[in-house]
Design a protein around this ligand. Structure first.
Ligand code: DNO
Length: 355
């Protein structure tokens, strides 16, 4: 396991590379060129600059989160081929700078979704929460506006305010797209990029839908065991793999996260580890990583990774806001650093118990 930390770049993150470097056991960061519009080619020179900046801080850049997929690819429009060609060029440029894994998602229109970015917990910390009934009774445009207002001045990936104008139109385009269509559009995309991945030794790692069920009538297909199996089997190539996110998949209690890790282990190229508490049907809030704070058992999750021989990249995922920190929701320094240390502790104990 190689422990990494998400970093949004010096202009868009309150956390610095030096701070990240001081977290025990941290080997690198996962990052992205935030300014390149979806669908355009990432220039190698810019990737190199980002990598050099990270390397100068004594950290590696081996994983990109995310190279987003243009909506035309998800919709299966004719224009998708142009965007797929661009994606392939980006993959080549990334591989030339030593990138090994690309995280992406295939969620129509929205990326991850929460109903509250700062729900107060008993100890005075704040966390992100989800309540399906609130989501269903809230207009998506209003929701994006609220997200923008409450995000401490950071633009949340997938929630850029400039998308607001197009939101309704894009949602309408999905009216005729079934889950089957979406899966087949994913297959088309993956089949097209696999040769580039093989030639350049760079792996694709699809991130689960968050939450892992359809929202606003939009189809979602990276949701649980059956779909994950279908996605891996329909393009049965080791370069087609997963970002296994415990918090996304785990927000549906039907998903047994350790069992998923055990089943798909060799195809998990990147791992997101976080915890959450089930508050009822379609309702949950994120917690500290500690098993006793949430509904997921982090020991069982790390044990499943260990037993599967996992040697990929893993990062602590969303943290609460603690100790008065003001940061991008979910992505402050303190609680994620605690999470990394806890995960490292579990890993050391599991490893030593086995020797
Ligand atoms: C949320 C993140 C997601 C993830 C993308 C992957 O905090 O886990 O935004 O990066 O879905 O493309």
């Amino acid at each position: 396991m190689k422990m990494v930390f998400r970093w949004f770049g010096e202009n868009d993150d309150s956390v610095t590379l030096n701070e990240i470097k001081q977290i025990p056991g941290m080997t690198g960061v996962v990052s992205a060129l935030q300014d390149i519009p979806v669908g355009e080619v990432w220039p190698q020179e810019k990737i190199k600059e980002l990598k050099n900046e990270i390397n100068q801080a004594g950290l590696e850049l081996k994983v990109i989160e995310s190279v987003n997929i243009h909506e035309d690819i998800k919709l299966g429009l004719k224009s998708r081929d142009k965007y797929i060609e661009n994606y392939k060029k980006t993959l080549k440029n990334l591989a030339a700078e030593g990138i090994k894994v690309v995280c992406y998602n295939f969620m129509p229109v929205f990326d991850w979704l929460r109903s509250d970015l700062a729900q107060e917990l008993e100890d005075g910390s704040t966390t992100m929460a989800y309540d399906e009934s609130w989501i269903n009774s809230t207009d998506p445009v209003k929701l994006v506006e609220e997200f923008d207002e409450n995000s401490e001045g950071f633009s949340l990936p997938g929630w850029e305010p400039e998308r607001l104008a197009e939101l309704k139109g894009i949602m309408e385009q999905y009216e005729d797209i079934s889950e089957k269509d979406l899966l087949s559009n994913l297959k088309y995309f993956l089949e097209a990029v696999m040769p580039t991945c093989e030639e350049n030794d760079i792996k694709m790692a699809v991130h689960p839908d968050d939450p892992p069920w359809p929202i606003y009538g939009l189809p979602r297909v990276v949701t649980g065991k059956e779909n994950l199996r279908t996605i891996l089997e329909m393009v049965d190539n080791p370069y087609n793999g997963l970002t296994l996110c415990s918090g996304s998949l785990g927000s549906n209690p039907a998903n047994d996260v350790p069992a998923l890790i055990r089943e798909f282990g060799s195809r998990v190229h990147f791992s997101h580890v976080r915890n959450l508490n089930f508050d009822g049907k379609g309702k949950f809030h994120e917690t500290s990583h500690l098993s006793t704070d949430g509904s997921l058992d982090l020991f069982e999750i790390m044990k499943a990774y260990y037993d599967s021989g996992f040697d990929g990249y893993l990062r602590p995922d969303h943290g609460r806001m603690i100790w008065g920190e003001k940061a991008r929701p979910g992505y402050g320094l303190y609680d994620r650093a605690l999470g990394a240390t806890y995960i490292n502790g579990l890993w050391e104990a599991i490893t030593k118990m086995d020797s």
